[in-house]
Write a protein that binds this ligand. Sequence first.
Ligand SMILES: NC(=O)c1ccc[n+]([C@@H]2O[C@H](COP(=O)([O-])OP(=O)(O)OC[C@H]3O[C@@H](n4cnc5c(N)ncnc54)[C@H](OP(=O)(O)O)[C@@H]3O)[C@@H](O)[C@H]2O)c1
Length: 300
Amino acid sequence: MASSDRMMVVTGGTSGLGYECARNLARDPRTKVVITGRDGTRTRELAATIGAHGMALDLSSRQSVGAFVAELVAADLPPLSGLVCNAGVQFTRRTLTADGVEATFATNHLGHLGLILDLLDHFTAPARIVLVSSGTHDPDQFTGMPHPLHATAHELAYPPPPTESAQRDARRRYTTSKLANLQTAYHLARELAPRDITVNAFDPGLMPGTGLARDASTFQQLAWKTIARALVVFPGVRTPRGSGADLAWLVAAPDREGTTGQYLVRRTPVRSSVASYDEPVQQALYRDSVELLAELDARR
Ligand SMILES: NC(=O)c1ccc[n+]([C@@H]2O[C@H](COP(=O)([O-])OP(=O)(O)OC[C@H]3O[C@@H](n4cnc5c(N)ncnc54)[C@H](OP(=O)(O)O)[C@@H]3O)[C@@H](O)[C@H]2O)c1
């Protein structure tokens, strides 16, 4: 058995926000941190730089999620007490996974929901789950991003051909997935309360320079990495380092014990979009997503 007494998993811990969150968590010797990334070798190397454990996980693949959970459960690691659902993608055109599902929805929403459900019996209470969302889910905030869609999980997984530009459609899929992260957090907060597992959502703010723009054009990537960094003086614009510390605090700080069903910006609870609070819609998304996961598993 390792000397730490608890384990926390950070998905997408190889870059940007996830790496900074994991780096903060790993400073506490009581916590064994597991970071995930799609390339196992690269993830293990990056994990070693912060004293964490690295494992391969591709959230867009049910097969990969299953293999990750099996590896985690079999490993000689302390009890699981925290899961940060951080990994995220934003495409510039319609992209499908190997399972044939729209890739933004599959990775940002469905992959994380499947991971949470597969890990559920392996948490040691009291435990915490945090889902990383984004202010772009909220049509009442000016973010320059298209408003999220309101559709069933099946419609989002298997959408009809785009009726707007490929880039706008892909961005709308992103804001829709970030709304789904919030709806899932609120729903699971209620469902998991009897198990003493808290569930919250977090908005890291705009963090120019992370890998999120990796699918964008060379010019857009250059702007994201250089010009946009100058925006850091504006409110709502953050660094991965600053937001990573806030995210680590939310999943690990003793005074957050019992906090559940909240959406936080920095370290402050805020209101999310009006639509995100609709409980029947949250439930419908959850039920339909669970059905989708079962269908995907049956095809494996
Ligand atoms: N940057 C922003 O302005 C901003 C604003 C609001 C919210 N967010 C949210 O913050 C979170 C982190 O984003 P970031 O900006 O830090 O982006 P990032 O630097 O691109 O990090 C994304 C992480 O996700 C992992 N990842 C990508 N595809 C994956 C897949 N299919 N399966 C598993 N892991 C995958 C990547 O790891 P590998 O490539 O090693 O697999 C990487 O570690 C995301 O949820 C994003 O939506 C970001």
